[in-house]
Ligand binder design. Structure first.
Ligand SMILES: Cc1ncc(COP(=O)(O)O)c(C=O)c1O
Length: 381
């Protein structure tokens, strides 16, 4: 509902996104439709719903909502929801490539892109990688057929100039997909920056409660959506109606959550910067951060993730154990703060003391006190 007459503020749009017109005595948000099949008399060609793996009204409502947020006012925006972020990523990378193609991936993106690279190569696709920062992917674009951007990158929080990379890729005839997980559609609109696909894990800040796995792909028009939708149906990477409904319900608080989390994240980053034992504090909203200048140009909110490096692995482990308000967990974007030592997974090129923290909606003053106390405790050994 990007209707200017009703107001275009983010908070106004999220509470109504994807909802049907009001009807007397109907609930504002219809419940989840749990259906493996639908009554289907006669010719199925024109039926809106046929079989539960193909379509579902609860998916359709969330898809409308995400389209309204990713591309406000763009009637042609088209979203396909998936069982997880990886299902959405796989749908674009595997349905839009063929043997002989050249794909450019970030070298510092979400660590499962390493498995994606192996999968693509096993299908005869050539994969090149380059870091996100400094727009280094530009150097790898000649002959490319698809550019994959992750900005801000996870976990390093580097940012690239999406518009610049999109223009360069399109000049060479390459498609561009942007992983918009960290920013959320309220923080960044890849389609408005020229990208062909905005892809995200809805598991993170989009849904924000740590209780749903979900992914989506938004593009402009049915044509680029068709292979992605067919991929979903073919591999069956469909979200459950209950998860889909929970995700839609969570959207109503997306503005409140992301606004509070962004303020908290900046406050935590600034507090961390004051500590001598903490190095390389990164957050795109932090003035002086290497990503800040480009982030200010293309992002409207800077997300809830802060990364930083502690002296070593043992120090980081003591710090994480001493935190009381911040749970040790992977993932990010939730209302409850979490943190982890990324080196424990082995997949990211980060120092042993590197910590990724996801800042929640608690009171900033409490979070900062907790972080300072945990640093003190870790320093005592
Ligand atoms: C940037 C990014 N993209 C995609 C994914 C994958 O999402 P999911 O866990 O929902 O499959 C993640 C997961 O952490 C991520 O951080």
């Amino acid at each position: 509902m990007a209707d200017g007459r009703l107001g275009d503020g983010d908070g106004t749009r999220v509470v109504r996104a994807g909802l049907p017109e009001e009807e007397p005595y109907a609930p504002p948000m219809p419940g989840p439709v749990l259906a493996a099949h639908y009554h289907l008399p006669g010719d199925p060609a024109d039926a809106p719903y046929t079989y539960g793996r193909d379509d579902n009204p609860t998916w359709a409502a969330l898809e409308r909502a995400i389209s309204e947020l990713e591309a406000p006012g763009d009637e042609a925006a088209h979203t396909t929801v998936f069982a997880s972020g990886m299902a959405a990523i796989s749908a674009v990378l595997l349905s839009r490539t063929k043997p002989g193609d050249v794909v450019v991936l970030p070298s510092d993106g979400y660590n499962l892109l390493v498995s994606m690279r192996e999968r693509l190569e096993s299908h005869g696709v050539t994969v090149r990688t380059a870091p996100t920062g400094g727009d280094a992917q530009l150097e790898a674009l000649d002959g490319a057929t698809l550019l994959w951007i992750e900005s801000p990158s996870n976990p390093g929080l580097d940012v690239c100039d999406i518009r610049r990379l999109v223009d360069a890729a399109h000049e060479r005839g390459a498609l561009v997909a942007v992983d918009n997980t960290l920013a959320t559609p309220l923080g960044q609109r890849p389609l408005a920056l020229g990208a062909d696909y905005s892809v995200a894990s809805g598991t993170k800040a989009l849904t924000g409660h740590g209780d749903v796995l979900l992914g989506y792909v938004t593009c402009r028009g049915p044509e680029p959506a068709a292979p992605v939708r067919l991929w979903r149906k073919t591999v069956g990477a469909v979200p459950g109606p209950m998860e889909t409904w929970l995700a839609h319900r969570s959207l109503a608080t997306l503005e409140l959550r992301t606004a509070r989390q962004a303020v908290n994240a900046l406050a935590v980053a600034e507090a961390l910067r004051e500590r001598p034992e903490v190095r390389d504090v990164r957050h795109p909203g932090l003035p002086g951060d290497p990503a800040h200048e480009v982030a200010v140009r293309q992002m409207r909110r800077f997300g809830c993730v802060v990364s930083f490096t502690l002296p070593d692995k043992a120090f980081a482990e003591r710090f994480l154990a001493a935190l009381r308000l911040v749970g040790e967990a992977t993932s990010f974007g939730g209302v409850r703060s979490t943190a982890e030592r990324r080196g424990r997974w082995g997949g990211d090129a980060v120092p042993e003391g590197f910590v990724r923290m996801s800042v929640g909606v608690e009171d900033a003053v409490d979070l900062i006190a907790d972080v300072r106390a945990a640093l003190d405790a870790a320093g005592r050994g």
